[in-house]
Design a protein around this ligand. Structure first.
Ligand code: CA
Ligand code: CA
Ligand code: CA
Length: 375
């Protein structure tokens, strides 16, 4: 009996080993099961698209209108784009071409209008730092047009022979509108284009001309729903003390002239801010609360209400009192000059007194600069 007890650990070990060996085929089978998650190779490959926004509209004669060139890269990453657009120069005058908001595109080698032939050429490429761009409805550029003749319908058509996949050896497909693949720059991944069709109409207020034929009364163009923002942000220093975030905020869109200001409430919110003269699309929003460093956010704005809550995972960096874009000795001097006072401008944490706690934040943020500012 005693001897058997002594051998018990050996029996147990043998039993465990036998169990493991018995289970081994099942373990091997489980680990060799095909994975249910589709691999990248199984995902459908989608090519890029170019389109105009709005794709159709009524354009009032002699009135300037902005048409956006929108770009989608499908499932690819892209390194460059060529847009070739044809228009009727006897109907449309192109006032200007402006660059869009794709931050990786840093160079625009072609941005030209031939008013004699009615051709727009617009090309953009990434920088030598080689950061590709990808996404849906990216704003590549804006064409400001002015209809100059009441010809009824007029079009802006992309030069597009067809996707390269249809015939990779057809050189015409490489000389029209293109989207260059990032990992294989010789590959044109442009799959589809959507042209723009517009009706040129007389101004709504035009007095009826005494012609025998009745002039058609222009029906009111349904205005697109304006873009409004409900914004919530968090400010460094104020999240610790839960003191008022009330201050002015400047909102810009990168690479455009768009700018507006609004007031944050105590909780860091702005409700129902109207973004006037802005079309729905993808934008790089630049937000700068007064006294804080600017931050860039990629957003997709839709017609109507947009709820943007950046407060949960980001705090605006405090201490740019002069709004220069960088935190440096000038900002620090504001702290020193207001030391031990209740100067709200320098009281970063909103405690009611300017002291070393406020100063320590400035030091922690020393020489930081905001996105697209203070560089
Ligand atoms: Ca092409
Ligand atoms: Ca500063
Ligand atoms: Ca303070």
């Amino acid at each position: 009996m005693k001897a058997n007890f002594k051998k018990l650990p050996i029996y147990l070990s043998l039993f465990t080993l036998l169990l493991f060996l018995a289970a081994l085929p099942i373990i091997v089978q489980e680990t060799q099961k095909p994975k249910t998650v589709p691999t990248r190779a199984e995902m459908p490959v989608v090519g890029g698209t170019l389109s105009l926004f709005p794709a159709s509209d009524r354009l009032t004669i002699n009135q300037e209108t902005d048409l956006q060139i929108l770009l989608s890269t499908g499932s690819y990453q892209a390194a460059g784009v060529d847009v070739r657009l044809n228009y009727a120069p006897n109907t449309i005058e192109v006032i200007s071409l402006s660059e869009g908001s794709i931050p990786e595109i840093t160079l625009y080698p072609a941005k030209s209008v031939d008013a004699a032939t009615g051709q727009i050429i617009f090309s953009g490429v990434i920088s030598t730092e080689a950061i590709p761009f990808s996404g849906d409805n990216l704003l590549l550029g804006t064409i400001r047009v002015k209809p100059i003749a009441l010809t009824g319908s007029t079009a802006l058509n992309f030069e597009f022979v067809g996707p390269l996949s249809a015939d990779p050896f057809d050189l015409d497909r490489r000389n029209d509108s293109n989207l260059a693949e990032f990992s294989n720059q010789l590959n044109d991944i442009l799959e589809q284009v959507s042209n723009g069709t517009y009706q040129v109409v007389p101004p709504p207020t035009s007095t009826p001309t005494p012609t025998p034929t009745s002039t058609p009364i222009p029906t009111a163009t349904p205005l697109p729903l304006p873009i409004t923002l409900n914004l919530k942000i968090e400010l460094e220093g104020r999240s610790l003390t839960d003191t008022s975030r009330a201050r002015l905020v400047t909102i810009k869109i990168f690479n455009t002239t768009f700018t507006t200001t609004a007031a944050l409430d105590d909780l860091g919110q702005i409700a129902g801010l109207l973004l006037d003269n802005l079309l729905p699309g993808s934008y790089e929003l630049l937000i700068k609360p007064d006294g804080y460093l600017q931050k860039q956010f990629a957003v997709n704005l839709v017609a109507g209400q947009n709820d943007l809550d950046f407060s949960t995972n980001f705090e605006f960096i405090a201490g740019d009192f002069d709004n220069s874009g960088e935190i440096n000795s000038i900002d620090y001097s504001v702290i020193i000059a207001n030391w031990n006072t209740a100067a709200a401008d320098a009281d970063i944490d909103g405690s009611g007194r300017v002291n070393s706690l406020d100063a320590s934040l400035i030091i922690a943020n020393w020489r930081l600069h905001g996105d697209q500012e203070g560089i």
